[in-house]
Design a protein around this ligand. Structure first.
Ligand code: MTE
Length: 359
């Protein structure tokens, strides 16, 4: 479905919600489109690029109403950026205490692509935000039936982020026209922020004094206190992505041969840089440093790899990343458990069975 690889883990087909098997992400700085996860809250709209228009309004000196051809008049910009859903790794939180009504995402609700479009900053410069504008809201046409009340998808980011050069209105992904399921003809790409802010099928951009009152900004994608009571303005709104890491290979539950075992994964720190990844062959008693690959841009995950020498029998491989502020990951998912299951950044763990060769 949606031209994805056959082994995608599909949680729902309508709306389409799927992630690849973790091993499919291993060792690839750019994620092929057929492997890129997809997260949707409503049915995928079918928008004709020749009639699509972008309205820019709110606290601006000049309202805009642009066709795709007019948008393409602006300087073209390409950014390699990782998108990570705030629900990435929710399954591990589910194991601590069940979270109902949310997809039990594994560690592959994260992917990296080369995005091409125009800078949102250039569109805003043409519209000239007025004094008092502090947030840029995005609106899309897809209706989320599970929102309360049901409504089209929307989100916002601070004007300061929207005016930075990395935020794009993108029409291309990995050199191909942006596929429909990923927001074609045009989506927002907000590098360094949770995926929820990269609004697909965007058709309206509004400069305003406050964050969007859309359900997905005001109510969902927030860290609720343990009472779990949700409502507009409750909980901590998620914006910049939080330091996270996962082990991609070997897969959880894999049987591996005794001797040197290659271990690979990713670490991602949103607007920060990953400074180090430690890996442990024994559940965190001893650690060694993994080798970090050079990231494709400041806005991508950093892939890492190491070789561990594992004794025979069951082994628990663990990792923890550190970023350039000295922050690291919490040890246990229970520490970060929250009622909606967002932002699981606990140490990733993979259980393997180390088998000696049969003589
Ligand atoms: N934009 C719209 N219009 N509708 C959506 O449901 N999902 C958001 C974001 N943008 C969404 C959206 C979420 S939660 C994520 S994680 C990313 O899109 C996923 O982007 P992808 O499907 O291209 O991977």
């Amino acid at each position: 479905m949606w031209d994805k690889r056959n082994d995608m883990i599909v949680y729902e087909t309508e709306p389409f919600n799927a992630e690849p098997p973790p091993t499919a992400l291993a060792g690839q700085p750019l994620t092929p489109i057929d492997t890129f996860y997809s997260r949707n809250h409503g049915p995928t709209p079918d928008i004709d690029a020749s009639t699509w228009r972008l309205h820019v309004d709110g606290l601006v000196d000049r309202q805009l109403d642009l066709s795709l051809a007019e948008l393409r008049q602006l300087p073209v910009q390409t950014v390699v950026a990782t998108l990570e859903c705030a629900g990435n790794r929710r399954a591990e939180l589910n194991a601590v205490r069940p979270i109902s009504g949310q997809e039990p995402w594994g560690p592959a609700t994260i992917s990296t692509a080369e995005w091409t479009g125009v800078r949102l900053a250039d569109v805003l410069a043409a519209a000239r935000p007025r004094a008092g504008a502090a947030h840029i809201a995005f609106a899309a046409p897809d209706i989320a039936r599970n929102a309360s009340p049901p409504q089209p998808y929307g989100a916002s980011i601070p004007l300061s982020k929207a005016s930075s050069g990395e935020v794009l209105l993108a029409w291309s992904m990995n050199g191909r026209p942006l596929p429909r399921v990923h927001g074609g003809p045009v989506r927002v790409v907000v590098p360094g922020y949770i995926g929820a802010r990269s609004v697909k099928w965007v058709h309206r951009i509004t400069a305003q004094p406050e964050p969007s009152d859309n359900y997905f900004q005001a109510t969902a994608y927030r860290l609720l206190p343990s009472d779990g009571i949700r409502g507009p303005g409750r909980g901590i709104p998620l914006g910049p992505a939080i330091l996270n890491a996962a082990i991609l290979a070997p897969g959880n539950g894999a049987a591996v041969a005794a001797g040197p075992t290659s271990v690979t994964g990713y670490a991602f720190s949103g607007e920060h840089t990953v400074a180090r990844v430690d890996v442990s062959p024994d559940g965190g008693q001893t650690w060694s440093q993994a080798t970090l690959a050079q990231p494709a841009s400041p806005w991508t995950w950093q892939l890492w790899h190491t070789t561990l020498s594992l004794p025979g029998g069951p082994a628990l491989i663990t990792a923890r990343a550190w970023d350039d502020t000295g922050a690291t990951q919490p040890e246990q998912p229970a520490t970060v458990w929250n009622p909606e299951g967002y932002a699981n950044t606990a140490w990733p763990r993979v259980q393997v069975d180390v088998r000696s060769p049969v003589r």
